[in-house]
Design a protein. Structure first.
Length: 463
């Protein structure tokens, strides 16, 4: 990573209606941490987010063995991977975001990691639907403390011109963590069963939490004057909400992103099931050629495609947005809109391909395009608010994204799959296939909301 990728930190301007944060340095400028530390901190936060998504997404590759072992329907798989996780995850994000405005964000992240890792391991002890749902509630409880803290730390250390790229770099944790979850989950489950996969997934987070607690620094404590300034500039939740209520760009972008997340989270738990139900014999033959079982082959294949292409797409979206917004800030919302328009037909083409091999090959482009929105969306959320409102703003945008995307997406796709899979309709193979295709149509309102934000974004960005 070059020096340009992690530039010196400057104090962002705040909205005229808000109290400006007093200068900290002798020359009236925000003093950055050393470059080597900034690189380390962003890399460590990426690792944290990868483990976050490893524990969150490992359940997706384990969906079929869990379904068979616990005798679940597809809607229950959707509820287990979606609403059961999202319930605490979404509603606790706001109070934790408020706490992050006042307390040590690295310690909040470390405590959260310990909690979600422990509950991930507990998932492996579940004996029925309700037990695994309760364990997933615990995972969501822990993970609620991660991203609001991380987003605000990154935004505090990054000037606006590079903010989309820095947040996109952090957001690579989504595809890379999913890659680890899919590959590790599939390999361990094939060798020792799905329960052991949960135990293995939970272990690294405990160790990483110790590293975070001991080495990640709270930006507010960099200088005594900065800490005093941050304390003086604290805003209540009501003040932050009223401030954002006057920012239509925030709401348009948040709901556009929530629909994109609805699609992504909605199809993820059923992708492996789609391959196994529609292309089972072909997958078995391909797996045999590599000397592995079907689940391992699917986990590694999907993981590599979504992980590598998705990580590249996240970085690409952030870099393009930073480059384009130097000329026109509307690029923050134009880039996700264009990505969504191209993504939808390519995804449907892949899912409807006649062979598993063709589907895997055609899935590379949608995997890349499906993550373009990460950097620009989170950059907008951090740029419409002044520094002392950033953690709460991040929690609010994540609340909207996750209550709609994570909470409803998997249940919608699962229920639709159950409906279409009935013997009198399409059957289980075609049912899950068309459930994925229909879910992808939600990209249309997402694109429209992004384009609507082009009219307001110029006057709404303040920092």
């Amino acid at each position: 990573m070059t020096d340009a990728a992690l530039p010196a930190v400057a104090t962002p301007p705040v909205a005229p209606s808000q109290p400006a944060t007093p200068a900290a340095g002798a020359a009236g400028e925000w003093t950055p941490a050393p470059l080597a530390y900034r690189r380390y901190a962003l890399g460590l936060l990426l690792l944290v987010y990868m483990l976050n998504f490893l524990d969150r997404q490992v359940v997706n590759i384990l969906a079929e063995p869990i379904k068979k072992d616990l005798h679940l329907a597809d809607w229950q798989i959707g509820a287990m991977s979606g609403i059961a996780f999202a319930l605490f995850y979404t509603f606790l994000g706001i109070p934790i975001g408020r706490l992050a405005e006042r307390r040590s964000r690295p310690l909040i992240i470390a405590g959260s990691m310990t909690l979600w890792s422990a509950f991930t391991a507990v998932c492996g002890l579940s004996q029925n639907f309700w037990q695994i749902c309760l364990a997933r509630l615990g995972v969501g409880f822990g993970e609620a403390g991660c991203t609001p803290c991380a987003h605000s730390i990154i935004a505090d250390d990054t000037p606006p011109k590079d903010r989309a790229y820095a947040l996109a770099f952090y957001a690579m944790g989504t595809p890379l963590g999913s890659l680890l979850g899919l590959v590790m989950g599939a390999v361990v489950a094939d060798a020792w069963g799905w329960r052991v996969a949960f135990f293995v997934a939970g272990a690294p987070g405990i160790l990483a939490a110790i590293v975070v607690a001991l080495t990640l620094k709270e930006p507010r404590r960099r200088l005594v004057q900065q800490a005093a300034a941050a304390k003086a500039a604290q805003a209540t939740f009501a003040e932050t909400f009223r401030y954002l209520a006057r920012k239509p760009t925030f709401w348009l972008v948040a709901f556009s992103a929530s629909i994109s997340a609805f699609i992504g989270y909605g199809v993820a738990p059923f992708t492996a099931s789609f391959y196994l139900r529609n292309h089972g014999p072909e997958i078995a033959g391909l797996a045999a050629g590599f000397g592995v079982k079907s689940l391992t082959f699917i986990g590694v294949s999907i993981g590599l495609i979504s992980g590598v292409a998705g990580a590249f797409g996240s970085l690409l979206g952030g870099r393009i947005s930073d480059w384009a917004t130097a000329r026109d800030v509307r690029a923050y919302v134009t880039v996700p809109a264009i990505g969504g328009l191209i993504w939808a037909p390519l995804y449907c083409l892949a899912i409807l391909a006649p062979t598993a091999k063709m589907t895997l090959i055609l899935s590379v482009a949608p995997a890349l395009l499906g993550t373009l929105w990460y950097g620009p969306v989170y950059a907008v959320a951090q740029s419409v608010a002044p520094p002392h409102m950033r953690a709460t703003t991040a929690a609010l945008v994540l609340f909207i994204i996750n209550i709609i995307g994570l909470g409803l997406g998997p249940v919608f796709t699962g229920a639709l799959s159950d409906y279409l899979s009935a013997p009198a309709r399409l059957g289980p193979a075609d049912g899950v296939q068309w459930a994925l295709v229909i879910t992808s149509f939600w990209v249309v309102p997402s694109v429209l909301l992004s384009l609507m934000a082009r009219r307001t974004i110029r006057q709404d960005l303040v920092s």
